[in-house]
Design a protein around this ligand. Structure first.
Ligand SMILES: N[C@@H](CCC(=O)N[C@@H](CS)C(=O)NCC(=O)O)C(=O)O
Length: 250
């Protein structure tokens, strides 16, 4: 029997979450080494030259970048389909995924989650009030205005649930961890889409493991996940002291 797939990267990373949601919805068995990328060891750096998560290991195959990984999972495990069948919709769904990874990554992760959670938890750094102010007043609203305009009156972005809805929701989960509440009066279609996405069994299951580590010191997270019943890998690529990677904006 072949080894289950391995995902390297923390349950609290939005890009890791995207890959995990696909694995869960497609019913694929996997193990996870839930490390914060800054704590990856030399072997992690060999597998991930940018020192970023997620990494997917499938036998001899090592893949980096959540979009590359999700595309691979879709092709390797086509059912249920999570990319629209229509060619134009499929391209637009990939754009929304790119918008989430790129712009939401910049604002939700680096200007919000990093400021309020990673900065304090990993580097012992206090948030920059000016960055937070601009994030709350300008950058987040412009992202939500754009997404609100893309959404239909009801339902998912492209008819059925797709990588587009999943990608947006994965980043908004981190906004929640940074104690941000979306104004459902101002962005009602986005709020409704997120509520439906977070109610999916895959998101709910992953959220239990996210909560198990959200307020747990990094060195104790592996044990906390084992105790919570997460499919933790037999070995870990974690080191003791954090280091910044070549792409780090933290
Ligand atoms: N485009 C990449 C971005 C990956 C990424 O930025 N991952 C973050 C965690 S969400 C990370 O590893 N950050 C550490 C760093 O950039 O040094 C993807 O979609 O996988």
């Amino acid at each position: 029997m072949s080894e289950p797939l391995l995902i390297i990267g923390s349950y609290l990373s939005p890009c890791v979450r995207k890959a995990l949601v696909l694995l869960e919805i497609k019913g694929v068995e996997y193990r996870i080494d839930s490390i914060v990328p800054f704590f990856g060891n030399v072997e992690f750096e060999r597998l991930s030259p940018l020192r970023q998560v997620p990494v997917l290991v499938d036998g001899e195959l090592v893949l980096n970048d959540s979009s590359v990984i999700c595309q691979y999972l879709e092709e390797r495990y086509p059912q249920p389909a999570l990319y629209p069948a229509d060619i134009a919709d499929r391209a637009r769904a990939r754009w929304i995924e790119e918008f989430a990874d790129g712009r939401m990554g910049q604002v939700v992760i680096w200007q919000l989650f990093d400021q309020l959670v990673i900065g304090r938890g990993v580097w012992g750094r206090e948030p920059d009030a000016a960055v937070l102010e601009k994030t709350y007043q300008q950058d987040l609203p412009s992202i939500f205005d754009y997404l609100e305009a893309q959404l239909p009156e009801s339902g998912w972005l492209f008819g059925e649930l797709s990588i587009a809805d999943i990608s947006v929701a994965c980043f908004m989960r981190n906004a929640q961890f940074a104690r941000y509440t979306l104004d459902a009066g101002r962005w009602p279609k986005l709020a409704a889409m997120l509520e439906r996405t977070f109610a999916l069994p895959a998101f709910q299951k992953l959220h239990r493991f996210e909560l198990a580590i959200a307020r747990t010191p990094i060195v104790q997270q592996r044990q906390a996940l084992i105790a919570a019943g997460a499919p933790v890998s037999a070995t870990s690529l974690m080191r003791e002291q954090p280091v910044r990677g070549p792409m780090s904006r933290s």
